[in-house]
Design a protein around this ligand. Structure first.
Ligand code: NAD
Length: 365
């Protein structure tokens, strides 16, 4: 048995909420010897750099991506700003972890995939729900054949409008479908294995976001995805529950039906409730506090007792372990993320036109 351990120099591009988690986690990882952070807002990069003890903090992404001590790159910028730093890292042959969605158009996703292939570089996408214990245990049961052949599934995700407005403030095109339901499209495609989605139908309805100045954003979206072997998956999202609704991230129900078994995930988080007259600070929405919260509903996980517990912690450590030791990790690949993006774009198109949309999508998406 050999104990090879590659030392890692990590660049984290984007010093916002998620870049902060990734940087804190990288700073704690035993294989990481060098850490650099950047943000278009140089003050933000400096503040994060100081907080995590990074060797370099910069207002230039290129400076940290091309730094000779950096050999792996995390891209945690806003949704519309993934492509450029990802391409810079790939051109330099440095493995990348980019936040979901991989890009905002299939054209950009294809540029990323072409560069990863040309430069033979590993690129993974942060679909952190794959690192929730319940879901990877479910995947294991499917792989072991305990469900038989999958015939269908249903799932829905709820959250308060407080978080949706934070996302839209940053990226007005990052609708709940493209930015959040994407996690569960990824999960369903992962569960379905190589069975490809072939058709998408979706209906949406909206008042709250439209009245607030986001004409393209629905309050509820309900979709049916048909897979190549006939399996049908119903997925829905509502991110417009009242701002003080106790979910502090996501409340989810997911059920997967096979010929020989069924998986039922009850992830509303109603089983752990905190009520406090001092207010519970929302991890994602500044200056927002809740009198009552479903503890554990923060989707990326929670810092508690000086450590990060939950999927973003396990995913980041899983990726760094993989790069350092070569041990396999189950993060989404570029191909997975491109397929998921295609399904979510088709959902929006179907909701807009009223028609079912066949996959693959043609040019211009
Ligand atoms: N995995 C998860 O749990 C999870 C959760 C929420 C969001 N996300 C994803 O993470 C990404 C970031 O989300 P966030 O919540 O951290 O947003 P955020 O607004 O808190 O942070 C984004 C940061 O990117 C910076 N930025 C924007 N353009 C840049 C550029 N060209 N170069 C350098 N920095 C730039 C902004 O200044 C900001 O600091 C998004 O893709 C989002 O969908 C992932």
């Amino acid at each position: 048995m050999r104990f090879d351990r590659k030392e890692l120099g990590v660049a984290v591009v984007g010093a916002g909420r998620i870049g902060t988690h990734r940087s804190r986690l990288a700073a704690q990882h035993p294989a990481v010897r060098f850490l650099a952070v950047s943000d278009i807002d140089a003050d933000r990069a400096r503040a994060l750099g100081e907080r995590v003890g990074a060797q370099v903090a910069s207002g230039s992404n290129e400076e940290i991506i091309s730094h000779p001590d950096v050999n792996v790159v995390v891209v945690s910028t806003s949704e519309f700003a993934h492509v450029e730093p990802v391409l810079q890292a790939l051109e330099l042959g440095k493995p990348v972890l980019v936040e979901k969605p991989i890009a905002m158009s299939l054209e950009d996703a294809d540029r990323i995939m072409a560069s990863a292939e040309k430069n033979k570089v590993d690129l993974r996408v942060g679909y952190i729900m794959r690192y929730k214990r319940r879901y990877f245990l479910g995947k294991e049961q499917i792989e072991e054949g305990r469900l038989g052949r999958l015939v269908g599934a249903t799932g829905r995700v709820f959250n308060s409008r407080a978080q949706a407005f934070e996302i839209l403030k940053r990226s007005a095109d990052a609708t709940p479908v493209l930015d959040v339901l994407t996690y569960y499209v990824d999960m369903m495609c992962w569960f379905m294995g190589g069975n490809r989605p072939v058709e998408v139908f979706c209906r949406g309805n909206g008042i709250v976001f439209k009245e607030a100045g986001y004409p393209k954003v629905d309050d509820v979206s309900w979709a049916i995805i048909t897979f190549a072997d006939g399996a049908v998956v119903n997925l829905g999202i509502c991110y417009s529950l009242p701002a003080k609704y106790p979910t502090a991230g996501q409340s989810v129900r997911l059920e997967v039906i096979g010929t020989d078994g069924v998986l039922m995930f009850d992830e509303d988080h109603k089983e752990n409730i905190l009520y406090t007259e001092k207010g519970y600070p929302h991890a994602y929405v500044p200056d927002h506090s809740l009198p009552m919260v479903f503890l554990g509903s923060t989707s990326s996980g929670d810092w508690a007792l000086d450590n990060m517990y939950g999927p973003i912690g396990d995913e980041t450590r899983g990726w760094l372990d993989y790069l350092s030791t070569g041990r396999p990790c189950h993060l989404a690949t570029a191909e997975d993320a491109r397929q998921t993006l295609e399904v979510t774009i088709a959902m929006e198109e179907s909701a807009r036109t009223g028609d079912a949309v066949k996959l693959p999508l043609g040019e211009g998406h």
